[in-house]
Write a protein of this length. Structure first.
Length: 423
């Protein structure tokens, strides 16, 4: 069971990293931006200690980018070993790379449903194997020890000291149910006392091992979140005038979430929804995003497709689908005149309504080549004017309280690298 859990955790981790890498790599392949590909490979390699290699390949398996620059131009053969195919074309292979046991994740890169290349990520299993070996050793020792103690206790003490035996039995039951077990009082120095003392030591060891496994699971989740934040920062950087926009939107949205007393899980989901809310703009040409004047009608129509395009991107990965409501509907209006689905009132998901307020505030206060950004007071007046038409009236007033309680330059001067995780 433990082997299956650990391998499954590493597989999910590698799948999430390769999925996150494939999206920006696809855009860079289409634009033939080799520098962006090199930076992406190096950034992913630095983000995780266990990653052995990162490569971006063309359809002939030629290396276009690699964390070792001297490998660029060569070919990357498939890793020899046990291979498993997964949905979306992902192939996971367990084998040896440069005498190091690895799991290789080879995922096709698609852009508008066209296969244009592959991303390959190799993750070392050293840490995983060390954790498994340590856990197996501990479990074997503990199981042997518990069996011996249980037999000894059952034969010698159960009929003489029923209450201490009951406490030990209760402790074993709690361990089996994965409940916390405190120290059982040692009331004698005879065999029963030694049995109780050793059981306490055994229980602490088991609970420490369980805590280690939980910590490893938390690290996997943190790695997954980090890749989402890297992707959000890369998308923001495409627009010369909105770098850090998603991080500022997340910070304002979490302030409103505090006012609404949302729980921790809801805040995490809201934050990542903010970071991904403009992911659909990866399909919008740079010429539109960075235009030095107002958009014409066709360009504006192209830009308004990004919520729907973003939701289609997230639909590709089950773990990201929970962010679709915030991404798809953050441009809906309270009066039903928004896009893409003309939802109104409470039909609009709560997270989308929150993102809409934070997104609008940051957009209005950000300067563009064709206009200066509004002041905080002017922006608040505009939000009040649009309350009930564009925005939920109750949320609007709470959001204004958040803005007024924040230092005026905090959201304008915030650096994305410092606040990518506002929670």
């Amino acid at each position: 069971i433990m082997d299956h859990v650990l391998i499954d955790s590493l597989s999910k981790r590698g799948s999430a990293i390769s999925q996150a890498a494939a999206i920006p790599a696809g855009y860079s392949l289409l634009t033939n931006d080799r520098l962006a590909l090199d930076n992406l490979a190096a950034q992913i390699k630095r983000s995780q200690e266990e990653i052995e290699y990162v490569a971006i390949l063309d359809l002939e398996q030629n290396i276009l980018a690699h964390n070792h620059l001297d490998r660029v131009g060569g070919t990357l053969p498939f890793l020899v070993g046990e291979m498993h195919d997964h949905p979306d074309g992902l192939t996971i292979t367990k084998g040896l790379h440069d005498w190091t046991e690895c799991m290789e994740f080879r995922r096709p890169i698609y852009f508008t449903e066209q296969h244009i290349g592959n991303v390959v990520i190799g993750i070392s299993t050293r840490q995983l194997m060390a954790l498994k070996a340590s856990a197996h050793e501990q479990i074997l020792l503990i199981a042997t020890f518990v069996t011996a103690l249980a037999l000894l206790g059952a034969m010698l003490l159960s009929s003489i000291f029923p209450r201490p035996i009951e406490r030990l039995t209760e402790g074993v039951s709690k361990l089996r149910r994965d409940e916390h077990v405190g120290n059982i009082p040692v009331r004698s120095r005879n065999e029963l006392g030694k049995l109780t003392h050793n059981f306490n030591k055994m229980a602490r060891t088991i609970q420490q091992q369980k805590a280690s496994l939980h910590n490893y699971a938390d690290e996997l989740e943190a790695s997954y979140n980090d890749m989402v934040r890297i992707l959000a920062a890369a998308l923001d950087a495409r627009d010369n005038y909105t770098y850090g926009h998603s991080a500022r939107v997340a910070r304002l949205a979490l302030g409103l979430a505090d006012k609404l007393a949302l729980d921790t899980e809801a805040k995490k989901e809201l934050e990542l929804g903010c970071l991904l809310h403009d992911i659909g703009k990866i399909h919008v040409p740079d010429a539109v995003l960075n235009k030095q004047a107002k958009l014409d009608q066709d360009e504006y129509a192209t830009l308004t497709q990004h919520p729907l395009l973003g939701s289609k991107i997230l639909e590709l990965t089950p773990s990201l689908r929970k962010y679709i409501p915030a991404v798809k509907h953050h441009h809906e209006r309270f009066d039903g005149n928004g896009y893409p689905d003309q939802l109104s009132g409470d039909e609009i998901p709560l997270h989308a309504q929150i993102v809409a307020l934070a997104d609008t505030y940051d957009a209005m206060t950000t300067s563009r080549p064709y206009r200066e950004g509004l002041s905080r007071e002017e922006t608040i007046d505009e939000i009040r004017r649009c309350s009930g038409s564009q925005f939920n009236p109750e949320l609007s007033e709470l959001f204004i309280d958040v803005v007024l309680s924040t230092a005026e330059n905090t959201t304008e001067e915030i650096m994305p690298a410092e606040y990518l995780c506002a929670s």
